[in-house]
Write a protein that binds this ligand. Structure first.
Ligand SMILES: [Zn+2]
Ligand SMILES: [Zn+2]
Length: 357
């Protein structure tokens, strides 16, 4: 049973736009899912984690037939990362109503509870630039859940309030501190020592945010790390679960050295990176050339790592004169064909694609 990584939208701020032909700039705005099937993560019930929700990700999820997200994580509050939030929150509730045969909307809100939306305090609550300032009218359909700081592993309690009055009052979700661990795969740790949830009370992963530099109009910008168990090392019940990290970045131009040096970024199972231009060094986004050095620093060649290049635009390359056209898919594929370390695979992410890890 494998973890699924879906890239619903892989375009940058210049993505799928009005008046541009279908053969160019056809990529949707950013949205990435990590789907943990039931039983995949240490035997726990599964989860659908969505990171950012640019349009038209909901339509792509409907076409792919995936179940609605259990949780949404927002890397920052730019339009190309949350433009489909209204559609998502409403579509989820309407789908739940139809499937359960519930006809009254108010009753459905109480029964199913809001969709938790998790981000840094500034990303959610900044008075002008926070997500809540733009989507506050979705109250009842979403619950805003700020993370308690950066670089702290946290667990997310399952919304036990969906069918209980007490839970629905509190929205049923809490973020609890979990024991800190560092490094890539942890082998030989018992479930108790590892701190990873093995009961039904928490979603089957831990999460932390690390800060990144992006734009002054995106306060609280971060990348997310999700740590989960990929089955067992050795015999079941013997050596214990094997943990790997899944890293999904939002937009960034750069990061502090202590972030780049974080051991938690070493050899993740999957690394989804904002790669906005091939060559041009933009003001707000990393280029493929800049990311190549990060990929080199974050991989050892001793673990399987899948790198997905995301948020592709190339418009900055066009403006800075590197190409006489906006780089198209062929340009991206050619540029990403560089040699890597053993066990490291670098791919251009495609809209609606699923990678199983
Ligand atoms: Zn963006
Ligand atoms: Zn942005």
């Amino acid at each position: 049973m494998k973890i699924e990584v879906w890239t619903w939208g892989t375009g940058g701020p210049f993505g799928r736009e009005l008046g541009v032909g279908p053969n160019r700039r056809r990529r949707g705005h950013t949205a990435t899912s990590i789907v943990i099937p039931d039983g995949a993560a240490g035997g726990a019930a599964g989860a659908h984690i969505l990171v950012d929700v640019g349009a038209p990700s909901v339509e792509r999820m409907i076409e792919a037939g995936v179940s609605p997200p259990d949780l949404v994580f927002l890397t920052h509050s730019h339009f190309d990362h949350l433009s489909d939030l209204d559609r998502l929150a409403n579509s989820r509730m309407r789908g739940l109503m139809v499937r359960a045969g519930v006809k009254d909307f108010e009753r459905a809100l109480k029964l199913f509870g809001p969709l938790p939306v998790i981000g840094t305090e500034d990303c959610l609550h900044h008075p002008e630039d926070g997500a809540r300032a733009r989507f506050g009218y979705l109250g009842g359909l979403v619950s805003w859940r700020p993370l308690s700081g950066y670089d702290v592993w946290q667990r997310v309690r399952r919304p036990d309030g969906a069918l209980s009055p007490e839970g629905s009052q509190r929205d049923g979700l809490s973020l609890a501190g979990a024991p800190r661990r560092s490094g890539g795969a942890i082998e030989g740790a018992s479930p108790e020592r590892s701190g990873l949830p093995h009961t039904g009370g928490f979603f089957p992963f831990e999460v932390k945010a690390l800060p990144v530099h992006h734009s002054k109009h995106a306060p609280g910008s971060c990348l997310f790390l999700f740590r989960l168990s990929l089955g067992y090392v050795g015999s079941p019940g013997g050596d214990g679960p094997r943990f790997r990290n899944f890293v999904v970045s939002g937009d960034y131009k750069s990061m502090e050295e202590w972030v780049i040096e974080s051991p938690d970024l070493r050899d993740p199972a999957c690394l989804v990176l904002d790669t906005n231009t091939i060559k041009a060094s933009g003001d707000y986004h990393a280029s493929l050339e800049e990311n190549r050095s990060l990929i080199d620093r974050w991989t050892s060649g001793e673990e399987e790592v899948l790198v997905l290049l995301n948020h592709l635009s190339g418009f900055g390359d066009f403006r800075k004169g590197f190409y006489d056209h906006v780089p198209d898919d062929e340009d991206w594929r050619a540029a990403a064909g560089f040699a890597t370390k053993p066990k490291v695979t670098v791919k251009i992410a495609e809209d609606g694609e699923c990678h199983r890890i």
